[in-house]
Unconditional design. Structure first.
Length: 345
């Protein structure tokens, strides 16, 4: 039987399918005044990763959904990546996932039900790794394959982390390497080097479980995860949300090896340029290389974290204890509000 390559059936890939930030703002703009719900702690008023609803007794429910088109050809891996990406929103709030339900769109006249079953099995595997159950879902016949999850989590309100609560002087950390959009584009073009096969998929399937542990740490002041808007976009959201700016040292940003080879071959996702068109007025110090990497859309990217600088050693020791020693250095800091939101050194 001929191998089916799922990426050939979709016009986008992973979180690179996201609508550009400036277009999304236009879509969400509304004159409708919603009823006030005092129990809604986090909602549409901010650009956070999930909704948070107070259920009393000092606890809250976290609710989120995420879905996209294939970023890899293997059906099981597609299910794993989409599921890990959706669950990450709960971890990015400092929470514990409770259960998930599936969202499946499948072109049944083009792709077999057996392939869709493998996607669901991949989701079951990742949910089991997160300690939750894939508890149901909904499916439709769609022109392109689509998969994701709606995830419910729980958190003690005192542990809640948001993306708009950073403080001036905070240090910035990132827990995964940048570049999966570039590698997956290279694979789609057929020029991915043998030694890089599977590198992006392995990283995209990695759960951001550390987020639940970070929720309990008072010195962690803000947190989000890096997805389709790239590191630059999510850092802009973090800085603007706190009415501050951020300075990053590009030499400290963790990058997947050998990205320059692929960018020289123009293995760059379309959304990188759409991202940059939204960020251009807000950034100082961008170069050709840093534009292509910092705007690269990530799928289930790392946690982007700010911490009180007085806890630098404690936090870096924690990362080393979690076998994340490659990320135990700050990539920048939060600074007072400037004419530009992001300054790149």
């Amino acid at each position: 039987m001929e191998e089916v390559k799922l990426t050939q059936y979709s016009h986008g890939a992973g979180c690179g399918c996201k609508i550009a930030p400036h277009v999304l703002e236009e879509i969400l703009k509304s004159n409708f005044v919603a009823p006030t719900d005092k129990k809604l702690i986090v909602g549409n008023s901010s650009k956070d990763d999930a909704a948070v609803y107070d259920i009393g007794n000092g606890q809250a429910i976290i609710s989120t959904t995420d879905f996209f088109m294939p970023i890899v050809n293997d059906a099981i891996d597609f299910g794993k990546i989409a599921s890990a990406n959706a669950i990450s929103d709960v971890y990015a709030m400092g929470g514990k996932p409770l259960l998930a339900i599936a969202i499946l769109g499948w072109p049944i006249n083009k792709l077999s039900p057996e392939l869709a079953q493998k996607v669901i099995d991949g989701a079951r595997m990742i949910c089991a790794e997160a300690g939750i159950t894939l508890s149901g879902g909904h499916s439709i016949d769609s022109p392109e394959p689509i998969f994701g999850l709606a995830v419910t989590g729980i958190i003690d309100l005192k542990n809640l982390k948001q993306n708009n609560t950073a403080k001036e002087g905070d240090l910035i950390y990132l827990t995964k390497k940048i570049g999966v959009g570039i590698l997956t584009t290279a694979e789609k073009k057929g020029i991915l080097k043998e030694e890089h096969k599977g590198v992006a998929a392995k990283q995209m399937m990695q759960l951001n479980k550390l987020g639940e542990k970070l929720g309990a740490l008072n010195y962690v002041t803000a947190m989000t995860d890096v997805t389709g808007f790239g590191l630059l976009g999510h850092l802009i959201e973090m800085a603007e949300g706190a009415n501050l700016a951020a300075e990053i040292d590009y030499s400290k940003v963790p990058l997947i090896d050998d990205l320059s080879f692929y960018t020289s071959q123009m293995c760059v996702p379309d959304n990188s340029f759409r991202n940059w068109s939204s960020y251009d007025p807000k950034v100082l110090g961008i170069t050709g290389d840093s534009l292509l990497t910092l705007c690269d859309p990530q799928t289930n990217g790392g946690l982007l974290i700010t911490i009180n600088p007085n806890s630098k050693k404690e936090f870096e020791d924690l990362l080393r204890a979690e076998e994340m020693q490659n990320f135990a250095q700050s990539i920048g800091k939060i600074i007072p509000k400037q004419d530009k939101v992001i300054l790149i050194k």
